[in-house]
Design a protein around this ligand. Structure first.
Ligand SMILES: Nc1ncnc2c1ncn2[C@@H]1O[C@H](COP(=O)(O)OP(=O)(O)OP(=O)(O)O)[C@@H](O)[C@H]1O
Ligand code: SF4
Ligand SMILES: [Mg+2]
Length: 322
């Protein structure tokens, strides 16, 4: 598989305010994350709130500078690229955010919002940009007649369609969608997901699709990566992850979101609360909630290992099945 986006050993530690004379602590939001996304592939990223999903997305786009690790885009190392060197790449890497109300300027018409992005990237003349914005609106289920309307005239779902049109206007090759339907009514979520999946396939987009909702990831992703306290617990093909998970945390997430059509969910019950990423457990970060933890789990950080085709997980135990 030739990767379009490849990250290796990525870490982001946010320093905490200094207290007294002790050493300055840090929130270990992301700690040693590696993955690849091929052109035309959707990698789903799941995990509980605070597990580091958004931080991973922003690091992959170089919207944040990593504490450690490398990011490569289309073979080019962009980890330390200057803003100037990044500029031509920005067009190829776009993001769709969770909140469609915050992501559009309320004082700009929809046509202006899309035209502005095209102008910033030096695309087309004024009238060409307008034509293109109209065509994009039609592609996302609105129409060129909507170009002059203001964001407040649209529903949440329509605004998210506009945000998608704007992200795709510059013909990106990699899209990070960070909880793109979480703020929307359940009744409109399916339509937005179908639109995104359709456009992704049509344009052969590589996508990092972030969601805390397993049922959403199941329909969107080709592969799924499970994050816990900034570390990858398991990654594998979507079907394998949902039917034959190998990591206790993945099994616990599935058990917490049972589905009638999936038969009996693995009966792994997650104990306690997620610990603070400012003070993660030693060894396996999941051990304080893992029903299968052994004394050894506190000693070393489990390395991800291959357990099947395209399937890796980071747990020292081989004898646990769900
Ligand atoms: N700019 C920042 N400064 C300090 N801490 C941060 C910053 N951004 C994120 N964090 C912390 O990093 C951790 C991971 O945050 P992140 O937003 O990546 O998680 P998430 O998985 O996207 O969560 P959610 O599902 O709630 O969106 C959290 O503990 C968060 O408080
Ligand atoms: S390494 Fe230990 S604590 Fe971590 S998931 Fe495996 S059994 Fe549980
Ligand atoms: Mg987030």
């Amino acid at each position: 598989m030739t990767a379009l986006i490849e990250v290796a050993g990525l870490a982001k530690h946010f320093p905490l305010p200094r207290r007294g004379f002790g050493p300055r602590g840090a929130v270990r939001a992301v700690d040693g994350v590696s993955f690849r996304v091929a052109p035309g592939e959707v990698l789903g990223l799941v995990g509980e709130s605070g597990s580091g999903k958004s931080t991973v997305g922003r690091l992959a786009l170089r919207l944040l500078d990593p504490t450690a690790g490398r990011v490569r885009f289309d073979g080019q190392d962009i980890t330390t690229a200057s803003l100037r060197a990044l500029r031509p790449l920005r067009r190829s890497m776009q993001m769709v955010f969770q909140d469609p109300y915050a992501s559009l300027n309320p004082r700009r018409s929809v046509g202006e919002a899309i035209g502005e992005v095209l102008r910033l990237h030096g695309i087309g003349t004024r009238s060409e940009r307008r034509d293109r914005a109209g065509a994009l609106l039609a592609k996302v289920g609105l129409s060129a007649a909507d170009l002059g309307r203001m964001p407040r005239e649209f529903s949440g779902g329509q605004r998210q369609r506009i945000a998608i049109a704007r992200a795709l206007a510059v013909e990106p090759r990699f899209l990070v969608a960070d909880e793109p339907v979480s703020a929307l009514d359940v009744s409109v979520q399916a339509g937005i997901l179908a639109l995104l999946r359709g456009l992704q396939a049509e344009l052969s987009l590589a996508m990092l699709f972030i969601s805390h909702d397993l049922s959403v990831v199941e329909v969107m992703a080709d592969r799924v990566m499970v994050l816990y306290l900034g570390r990858v617990m398991e990654v594998g093909p979507t079907r394998t992850m949902f039917t034959a998970p190998r990591h206790p945390y993945t099994a616990g997430l599935l058990a917490a979101a049972p589905r009638l059509d999936r038969g009996a969910a693995p009966a792994v019950v997650l104990r306690d609360e997620i610990p603070s990423p400012a003070d993660p457990p030693s060894g396996c970060v999941f051990r304080t909630r893992c029903p299968f933890a052994l004394a050894d789990c506190a000693a070393t950080v489990p390395e991800p290992r291959t357990v099947g085709p395209d399937h890796q997980m980071a747990c020292i135990r081989d004898d646990v099945t769900f």
